[in-house]
Design a protein around this ligand. Structure first.
Ligand code: XUL
Ligand code: CO
Length: 436
């Protein structure tokens, strides 16, 4: 077995007093909280694309990172070494899951048939590595946004032939995700959107996207794939306007095209902020509408307006996220996938460990804080009390649909100016700090 991360052993939990940068201070996978252990609550996944294929390139310069597993002129040899390195990394880090795009694990060939043969080869290796390590696939997906054929979209392309190509890719990607026992399958519409309405038939493109996703639903059934299907919202980048722009917009789309029973959402923190929302807002919207599926855990930079995909370190964010996720019942098929990349100057393989250890500890702290919040119950009690007026009298009559405008006018004429109450935001913010 080659050793692509020499000198680094299995990362252990050493507790909050440890000074070892290559140890967990908070993530203790076996520790029981609220009836489940931490690993079962958090369901951490490493993403293949940034972690093993990203080398620090940006629009101003090529990659800065040199990796032992991509030192070959044969792209299939690189693919084989990379998947071995990936499983070595997952095992040493101690995550249970991984996520991938088809194009991350195997390079595209000259024809679709050749591309699929290459995929099969790497997938059989991945299956063996999964079996030997016990690490599972959280979700798979296809990359239908990098190749030039997809420059005007995949399922929303003006050309039916490109739509067909995208369908062929998704078909194969669903098959291999199924073969790897994937718990889910993600649709992120990288170029499903537009640059200019001057050349775009918006209605037709939405209809095609709806049809495409119905084909995916049918095919899932046909191959008896049990994984949950997800849509991952993002408002822009690479397109100026992406169709699946935020949770509310995706929900409306799913309802319009009769897809609600088949899809849940994969919420990414940095996509939420690009859409002008908080991460917690997007999670709370999904919980309220029972469409929360999985999470791409990362963060943006308040001073930069693009998808910086940084590793999550902000304990306020992770606390509010875990509080919202737990209140929604926790993960079932989904988990926390680190769709995050190293900064360009973090060139060493060990930086991949530092990044993931910090992110896992940040979410473990978030989980512990959220459990404190739930057990203490003061926040929940405050919100309950704030809406108590709806449980009886006038509120109950409105909610049960027994009254309309005329009755409400009569009530107001009779009772006059309503009593109002403080929202106590500052007090609640202080309360939140008590748990953090
Ligand atoms: C892009 C993004 C993707 C999806 C999978 O911003 O988040 O990596 O998660 O295609
Ligand atoms: Co993502």
């Amino acid at each position: 077995m080659p050793d692509f991360f020499p000198g680094i052993g299995k990362i252990k939990y050493e507790g909050p007093d440890s000074r070892n940068p290559l140890a967990f201070k908070h993530y203790n996978p076996k520790q029981k909280v609220l009836g489940k252990n931490m690993a079962e609550h958090l369901r951490f996944a490493v993403c293949y694309w940034h972690t093993f294929k990203g080398l620090g390139g940006d629009p101003f310069g090529p990659g800065t990172m040199i990796r032992a597993y991509n030192q070959s002129s044969d792209p299939m040899k690189v693919a084989e070494m990379t998947i071995q390195a990936a499983f070595e990394f997952f095992t040493k880090l101690g995550v249970q899951f991984w996520c991938f795009h088809d194009r991350d694990i195997a390079p595209e060939g000259d024809t679709l048939a050749e591309t699929n043969r290459r995929l099969d080869k790497i997938v059989s290796l991945a299956k063996k590595l999964q079996r030997d390590s016990g690490i599972r696939c959280l979700w798979g997906t296809t990359n239908a946004f990098s190749h030039r054929r997809f420059m005007a979209g995949a399922s929303t392309n003006p050309s039916p032939a490109v739509f067909a190509y995208a369908a062929s890719q998704v078909k194969k990607a669903m098959e291999i995700t199924h073969a790897l026992g994937g718990a889910g399958y993600v649709f992120w519409g990288g170029r499903e959107g537009y640059e200019s309405l001057l050349n775009t038939d918006l209605k037709r493109e939405f209809d095609h996207l709806g049809q495409f996703l119905h084909m995916a639903v049918d095919y899932r059934k046909k191959i008896r794939f049990r994984g949950q299907l997800y849509i991952e919202p993002k408002p822009k980048e690479p397109t100026k306007h992406q169709y699946d722009s935020d949770a509310g917009n995706c929900h409306a789309f799913l309802q319009q095209y009769g897809l609600v029973p088949h899809f849940k959402l994969n919420i990414e923190a940095n996509h939420a902020t690009l859409a002008g929302h908080t991460f917690q807002h997007e999670l709370a919207y999904c919980v309220a509408n029972r469409i929360l599926g999985s999470v791409d855990a990362n963060r943006g930079d308040l001073l930069l307006g693009w998808d910086t995909d940084q590793f999550p370190t902000d304990v306020y964010e992770t606390t509010l996220a875990m509080y919202t996720i737990l209140r929604g019942g926790g993960f079932t098929t989904g988990g926390l996938n680190f769709d995050a990349k190293l900064r360009r100057q973090s060139i060493d393989p060990v930086d991949l460990f530092h990044a993931h250890i910090g992110a896992m500890d940040a979410f473990a702290r978030g989980l512990k804080n959220a459990v404190k919040m739930l057990k203490d119950g003061r926040l929940e009690r405050f919100v309950k009390a704030r809406y108590a007026g709806w449980n009886k009298g006038l509120g109950a009559q409105i909610e049960s649909g027994k009254v309309g405008f005329p009755e409400l006018e009569r009530y107001t004429l009779e009772h006059g100016e309503p009593a109002i109450q403080s929202g106590r935001q500052e007090m609640l913010e202080n309360l939140l700090n008590e748990y953090i």
